[in-house]
Design a protein around this ligand. Structure first.
Ligand code: ATP
Ligand code: MG
Ligand code: MG
Length: 499
């Protein structure tokens, strides 16, 4: 068992970083504040942080905010909050936009070095020539490029009139090197800089420069950027800037829970999903609301290791890490879905003391007064017939004496049965009629089935909980017996974390 435990822990260690020097590693997590952080961002941020800590180095959180049309203050805050919840603590927080003047000057410098030029071709022409691998007229001479650079950075071009392009190789096999865009003009209100700035660097230009000037030693990003690595290094090469190591890892998402904004934003925009913390979403706000523990997410991410393969790990793996953490701290309580009344004829009024946890006495007990009427879950009542004997957990056995359906509902009569708890006897949760609160549990399911939105992605289970539940503080973790682990949301609602 000790060996097994050790193996489990070894798995949670990332492989060493190439070229890492103790005390000198600098990593960065560069989210664009154009949406809420999701489980994929958690993976990137956790790996960045783990490496910074492993080598006694630094982690930079850099908001990659160079598109005023997409970025909002709300998203900067959501990202900061998400990371705080995850327990990721950056040593330095900055914005790419803080360096906008510097980025402009590197752009001009690159043009002066004949490493870039201003292109005024139409988008169609650019697209067309790129596909054919042919350079355009704008690429020709340095004098024109310099003159146009003045206009570009001086603000005399209109939106869509000109872009700055890298002088790559229009015939390169790697299309990312076919004179990619480095700056474009975007009119818009930037959350940090307002409308003062019109010329914005692309990710391709800003990322290598920021990494280099921020002192980043190991820059990690997802695998889809792989073809852009050559460009990253070529820009630094021409500007004679220090080059970090670039390392790729695979994107993380779960089956049925896409992280892509293309799939999520329409559901928010058309009101199908009301907020970014809806428990069906892959956002950190949603995982939090649903009751996942941040430590479970970290362990899960580390258990995946540094794979390059684009696999979607089963959601159950994350659940298993979470269950391990919440199982010891979650009180066991009763909730009955679609309740059916049971009249236990002749039952004496009693007070039972129920343990809140089967093994940890420190979680305490609760007292429940039971008279002769109680409720069981609809599913447990299905098929019950006269003569059946069932165990009401921690109470007594009952023997069914009658099953009736009156007024479209169902009701059961029973009498107190024997004391013996037999192996095959159903053992079910119950709630005393004098101790109920109406309660509902939201049960998130897969948001997507294949390419289709799942209309049944949010089940709402309605029923009764013990009155004890209505006194629990929001955010408490509980296990509703034979139902699932849940997070208490308010005094009428819980959200199922997982079974
Ligand atoms: P999205 O469109 O989902 O927000 P993105 O790549 O545009 O994805 P960024 O905010 O630019 O998101 O990403 C910040 C960092 O997080 C990048 O280093 C990126 O590689 C990483 N990242 C984003 N999505 C994932 C994912 N699903 N799995 C792992 N890392 C991711
Ligand atoms: Mg993003
Ligand atoms: Mg991005």
């Amino acid at each position: 068992a000790a060996a097994k435990k050790q193996a489990g822990e070894q798995q949670l260690q990332l492989p060493p970083l190439e070229g890492a020097v103790q005390g000198q590693v600098v990593t960065r997590f560069p989210p664009e504040p154009n949406g809420y952080p999701h489980i994929g961002h958690a993976k990137a941020a956790i790996i960045d942080e783990e490496y910074a800590r492993m080598y006694g180095g630094k982690l930079i959180l850099r908001f990659d905010d160079t598109n005023p049309l997409k970025e909002k203050l709300e998203y900067y805050d959501a990202i900061a909050e998400g990371l705080e919840w995850l327990g990721v603590k950056p040593d330095i927080v900055k914005n790419t936009s803080d360096d906008i003047d510097l980025l402009h000057s590197y752009g001009r410098k690159l043009i002066e070095l004949d490493g870039a030029y201003v292109c005024t071709c139409s988008q169609d022409t650019i697209h067309d020539l790129r596909a054919k691998g042919i350079p355009c007229e704008c690429r020709r001479d340095l004098a024109t490029a310099l003159e146009r650079a003045e206009k570009m950075f001086g603000g005399s071009y209109d939106q869509n009139e000109a872009i700055v392009r890298f002088k790559g190789d229009m015939a390169d096999q790697n299309t990312a090197m076919r004179d990619p865009t480095l700056f474009r003009i975007i009119e818009g209100d930037h959350p940090k800089l307002g409308s003062r700035v019109r010329v914005w660097p692309t990710y391709d230009f800003a990322a290598p420069i920021e990494d280099s000037i921020d002192g980043v030693t190991h820059a990690m990003r997802t695998k889809e950027y792989e073809l852009r690595n050559a460009l990253y290094f070529a820009i630094l090469e021409r500007l004679k800037l220090r080059k970090p190591y670039l390392i790729e890892f695979s994107r993380l998402e779960f089956e049925g829970m896409p992280v892509s904004k293309r799939k999520i934003r329409p559901l928010i925009d058309n009101g199908t999903i009301k907020s970014w913390d809806d428990p069906r979403l892959p956002t950190l706000a949603a995982f939090r609301k649903r009751g996942f523990m941040p430590e479970a997410i970290r362990k899960f991410v580390l258990s995946l290791g540094f794979t390059l393969a684009e696999t979607k790990p089963p959601f159950e793996t994350l659940e298993a890490f979470n269950r391990k953490i919440i199982d010891p701290i979650s009180p066991r309580l009763f909730f009955v879905k679609n309740p059916i009344e049971v009249h236990v004829e002749g039952a004496q009024e009693t007070e039972v003391v129920l343990k809140n946890h089967p093994t940890d006495a420190s979680l305490g007990t609760r007292k429940v007064r039971v008279r002769d009427r109680l409720y069981i879950a609809g599913d447990d009542a299905v098929g019950l017939k006269t003569g059946d004997e069932i165990r009401l957990i921690e109470l007594y056995n009952i023997k069914i004496t009658g099953v009736s359906s009156k007024n479209g509902g169902r009701a059961i009569t029973a009498k107190v049965g024997g004391d013996e708890i037999r192996q095959l006897m159903p053992k079910i949760q119950w709630i005393a009629k004098n101790d109920i609160v109406e309660y509902k549990v939201m049960i998130p399911k897969a948001l997507y089935i294949g390419e289709e939105y799942n209309m049944n992605s949010l089940e709402i289970a309605r029923g009764f909980a013990e009155s004890f539940v209505s006194g629990l503080k929001p955010d408490t973790r509980v296990q509703f017996v034979r139902f699932g682990f849940c997070r208490i949301d308010d005094n009428q609602t819980a959200i199922m974390t997982h079974r």
